[in-house]
Each structure stands twice: as structure tokens, then as C-alpha cells.
Design a protein around this ligand. Structure first.
Ligand code: ME8
Length: 513
């Protein structure tokens, strides 16, 4: 049977600087979507990569006294090793300096040109190199870049232009006809208002430097880095040879690069005769302890360090639990430690540990054979085992598809908390003391079954921890063997006999010195 395809992307990150928590955020988010869709049986293609051309990278390399390619070769390893550490399951990694990227870019340039959308002219206006963005005088704020607040340069150079102005009506109609293409809604409004101010043709080549993809038949020009970089989503998925994953189902980006992805990008694609992505989701911005992250303040959060100090899954969980995806968020050690202690150690870790302790103490680590009655199922439902509700699975699915990660986790935690309350209420220690074996088996069965399902829902967010939970419940077999639709349901019975294994605490508490 042919599996349904699903394509998810992250931005490709600039190699002028090393990765930080912001890069980790988008990539972990995309990883959750990719893992969830795979678990559901989709054939997933998850792409990330690095953006290696342009004036900004060229400047950074020259400041470091190396060639741009040398800088890229070094920094790309930092990104790749971070993705390994954070357990990112990307299917490919595209570098824009690869020949396969150039092939796709040239193909698109030719298509856009053949459609009559490229002409030679002269650009005379402002440019922000840190944002790699063309600006008009009116857009400047205090003569600085309105987006990053840094110095801008006045340019006057020959340039190829893309007839963006001719796509204004198309873009407005497309965005309005496809609610959800730009998410969240607040970003859609922002883009529509930007377009309504009028789109001018876009300069898509530069002559002041040479670190870029050369314009065909005009070696004085290299392509504007954003024209070329956006094409990574094509080149990385095999274009022009392979088109089977096109268009992307969801492209995750930060709100800083919204216009590039929702104005330029669909216009380039339309001009080249290609379908636009189905959804572009722009998430919010992380600050650190209330301040903008910056090298000069010295507060840039190193994701390698957070993962090594607190645990990879703890970090992944925090990123997506702390802040509604789409809203700005603040990173602080207090907030991180608070989430770890309350929701991971106290709620989930404790639930697992007390359940396994009881199976060890009362049943010699062996899962009891059990078959629930209608009455048992009703009682479990009433006790807050939300997995029984037919809506649970669908609501969770909707949350992930709409990238409302915090709500998906909240939904899961409601059940985790209910299961802890169920332990307290059913007092299995009293049942054991009074020799009420059947009742005790029922309680243990409900908890073990609840934990088994929790681990499946948790897997996309915290893959290692989910696998550890499964192992401690005696579940054999790899996650890829899971039949999601069947295995995610609460079973009415166990065959019994599986051996549990408590092991060390899943989420050790962080003790304040
Ligand atoms: O813009 N909070 O690359 P980039 C949240 N190469 N997310 C953050 C963040 C923060 N403080 N800082 C960075 C580029 N990000 C281009 C993209 S795509 C064709 C080209 C994340 O290295 C967020 O995803 O500046 C943001 O969009 C991205 O990193 C910018 O990475």
C-alpha cells in the first residue's frame, strides 16, 4: 500500500554564527511533527540545512580570516552535531553550496526568466546585510533597519529584478482563499497589510561581492541570497529530478522571516509554475531572562549546554511546553527547572515510578493477566483516563497538525495528573493489605495501560524517554512496528506475563543548591 506523503521543513540556518536555542526551537518543533506523522504511518520527508551564501556570510568569513567555504564547512558541523545531540530525525540536510542545490536554483531561474518575470535594471536604495533585506528610505527607523535595528548600507548597482509587483493581486487572492496558509492568523493579517502598501519589484542579483550562485550568462552578478536560499526546499527534496514530496505540507519558520516565505516565496513558485506550500507557520521569538538574546550582552543560550546540563528530552519538552507556538517566549533557568520538577519529575516520573514499584512489590514485577468488564471501563473513564474518549486522539491530532504543541502536551498531562489522582484514590496498598487481588489487578492494569499509551503520545516530543517507558513496561519491538490507530487505544485486557523493569528515575528532580 502506498503511504501518504508528508513534507516538513525548517529554515536553513546561516553559517555566519553558531547554533543557539532559537535554531534548536524550530528544528525540535519540526522533529515533533515529523516523528508524529511517521508514527501515524505517513511517509515523511523532513528537511533542514544551512544557508551558506550571501554578503553576511562573506563578511563573517573575512572577519574570521577564512574563506566563506571554510567558515561554512566548520559551522555546518556544529549544526549537524547539534541535531544529533537533540535527536533530530531529519531525512536530509541541504547545504546551499552543494551542486544539487545549484542545479535546482538554475532551473528555477530559467523558468522564471522564460516566463518574462526577470529584467535587468539598477537598484538604488537601502540594504540591511544582517537581514539580507532590501529596504526603502521610508521603511527605515532612525535610519536603521526596522527589523534588527542595525546599520543599513546605501546601494547603487546594476541588478536583475523579479516582477514582484505583478504578483500583488495573485498573492492577496491566494492568501485570502487559503486561510491557514499563513499561520497563525495574526501573521496573515500582518502580511496582507504589508502587501496592501504596494509591492515593488524585487532586486534578485548583486554585483558588490561574489559569494553566491552566479547568474547564468552574466558573471558580474550573483543571485540575491533569498532568491537562491528559498529554493533549498526544492533542491533538498530532489527537484528537478524528483517532485514526489512537493509541495511541503508545513514549513516552520520564525516570525523574523515571514515576508520572505509568504510574499517572495509563493510569488517565485507561481512564476516557475510550481505549487506553493500548504502552510507556513511563523513561531514567536525567544528572549533570555527577559532580554533580547545577543552576543554583545553575552546571554546567548547554548543548546549543547542546556541539553547536557538538563537532558535532551527535558530541553525538548520545555521548548514546546513553555510557550504557545506562535507566541514569544522567555527562557530562564527557573522556568526550565520548574517545568522539569513539576511536570516531568512530580507528574509523569512519579506516576511511572510508583506504578512500577507496586508491580514489583505486589506482583513480583510481572504484569498481571487481566480482562476489564464494562463496569471497569466506565469507572476508568470516570477517573479521568481520557484515552477512552473518542475525541482524545482526534483532538491531539488536530493540535499537532495545527502545531499547537503546548495544548497537545497539556491534554496529555491532564490524563497523567488524573492517573496520579487515581492511584491516591484507589489506594492499592490498602487493597494489597486486604488481599483484594482482583481489585488490585484492575488498578495496576489501568495504570500500566495508561502509561503504555502515554508513552506513544509522548514519543514525538521525548523520543528517548518514551522508549525508556516502553522498555520499563516490558514492551518489546521497535517504535516503527507500532500500528498507531490500533495501539493508541486503551485495550480491555492484557495477556499478562510481561516483566517490568523499574531502572533509574526517568526524570531526576533538580535540587537547588
Ligand atoms: O534567517 N527565537 O537564518 P538564521 C526563536 N538563513 N527562533 C529563533 C530565534 C529566536 N530568538 N533566533 C533564531 C535565516 N531563530 C535564513 C533562513 S530559509 C530559506 C533562510 C530561528 O540563521 C527561527 O526559526 O538567521 C528563525 O526564523 C531562524 O532561526 C533564523 O535563522
Amino acid at each position: 500500500m502506498n503511504k501518504e506523503k508528508f513534507y516538513v521543513t525548517t529554515p536553513i540556518y546561516y553559517v555566519n554564527d553558531i547554533p543557539h536555542i532559537g535554531h534548536a526551537y524550530t528544528t525540535v518543533a519540526a522533529d515533533v511533527v515529523a516523528r508524529y506523522k511517521r508514527l501515524k504511518g505517513f511517509e515523511v520527508f523532513f528537511l533542514t540545512g544551512t544557508d551558506e551564501y550571501g554578503q553576511k556570510v562573506e563578511k563573517a568569513a573575512s572577519a574570521a580570516g577564512v574563506s566563506p567555504k571554510e567558515l561554512a564547512d566548520k559551522v555546518v558541523e556544529r549544526f549537524k552535531s547539534l541535531w544529533k545531540v537533540l535527536n533530530i530525525s531529519n531525512d536530509d540536510f541541504i547545504r546551499t553550496t552543494e551542486p544539487r542545490h545549484k542545479a535546482a536554483v538554475l532551473d528555477i531561474w530559467e523558468k522564471v526568466k522564460a516566463g518574462g518575470d526577470i529584467y535587468l535594471g539598477e537598484y538604488e536604495d537601502w540594504y540591511c546585510t544582517p537581514c539580507e533585506n532590501f529596504l526603502t528610505k521610508a521603511q527605515l527607523e532612525d535610519e536603521k533597519c526596522p527589523d534588527c535595528g542595525r546599520e543599513v548600507d546605501k546601494l547603487k548597482e546594476k541588478s536583475y529584478f523579479f516582477k514582484l509587483s505583478e504578483y500583488q493581486d495573485y498573492l492577496v487572492k491566494f492568501i485570502k482563499d487559503n486561510p491557514g496558509f499563513i499561520s497563525p492568523k495574526i501573521r496573515e493579517n500582518e502580511v496582507l497589510s504589508f502587501i496592501s502598501e504596494g509591492l515593488r519589484d524585487l532586486s534578485i542579483s548583486r554585483t558588490a561581492f561574489s559569494w553566491g550562485v552566479g547568474v547564468p550568462e552574466d558573471p558580474a552578478h550573483v543571485m540575491y541570497v533569498w532568491f537562491e536560499a528559498l529554493m533549498n526546499y526544492l533542491s533538498g527534496s530532489g527537484y528537478p529530478v524528483k517532485k514526489d514530496f512537493w509541495p511541503p505540507d508545513v514549513q516552520l519558520i520564525g516570525k523574523d522571516i515571514l515576508r520572505f516565505h509568504t510574499v517572495f516565496w509563493p510569488a517565485f513558485l507561481k512564476s516557475a509554475g510550481l505549487e506553493p506550500p500548504k502552510k507556513v507557520f511563523a513561531h514567536g521569538w525567544w528572549t533570555v531572562e527577559g532580554k533580547k538574546m545577543s552576543k554583545s550582552i553575552g546571554n546567548v543560550v547554548d543548546p549543547f549546554k542546556v541539553a547536557s546540563d538538563y537532558g535532551v528530552d527535558q530541553f525538548r519538552f520545555f521548548l514546546l511546553r513553555e510557550v504557545p507556538f506562535g507566541k514569544d517566549g522567555d527562557f530562564s533557568v527557573n522556568a526550565l527547572e520548574g517545568r522539569i520538577n513539576s511536570e516531568l519529575a512530580n507528574d509523569l516520573g512519579n506516576l511511572l515510578s510508583r506504578t512500577l514499584s507496586m508491580v514489583a512489590k505486589y506482583r513480583d514485577e510481572v504484569i498481571p493477566e487481566f480482562k476489564s468488564t464494562e463496569e471497569d471501563i466506565k469507572n476508568a473513564k470516570d477517573s479521568g483516563f481520557g484515552f477512552f474518549s473518542p475525541d482524545f486522539k482526534d483532538t491531539f491530532d488536530e493540535h499537532i497538525c495545527e502545531v499547537r504543541f503546548h495544548l497537545a502536551l497539556e491534554q496529555l498531562w491532564e490524563v497523567v495528573r488524573a492517573m496520579n489522582a487515581y492511584v491516591d484514590k484507589s489506594a492499592p496498598w490498602t487493597l494489597a493489605k486486604e488481599g483484594k487481588d482482583k481489585e488490585l489487578d484492575l488498578v495496576l492494569f489501568n495504570l500500566l495501560e495508561g502509561l503504555r499509551i502515554t508513552a506513544l503520545y509522548l514519543y514525538p516530543f521525548m523520543p528517548e524517554s518514551a522508549l525508556r517507558i516502553r522498555k520499563s513496561l516490558g514492551i518489546e519491538g521497535s517504535i516503527s512496528a507500532v500500528d498507531f490507530d490500533k495501539d493508541i487505544l486503551f485495550r480491555g485486557e492484557t495477556i499478562g506475563g510481561l516483566k517490568t523493569d523499574k531502572g533509574s528515575p526517568l526524570f531526576p528532580r533538580i535540587e537547588k543548591e
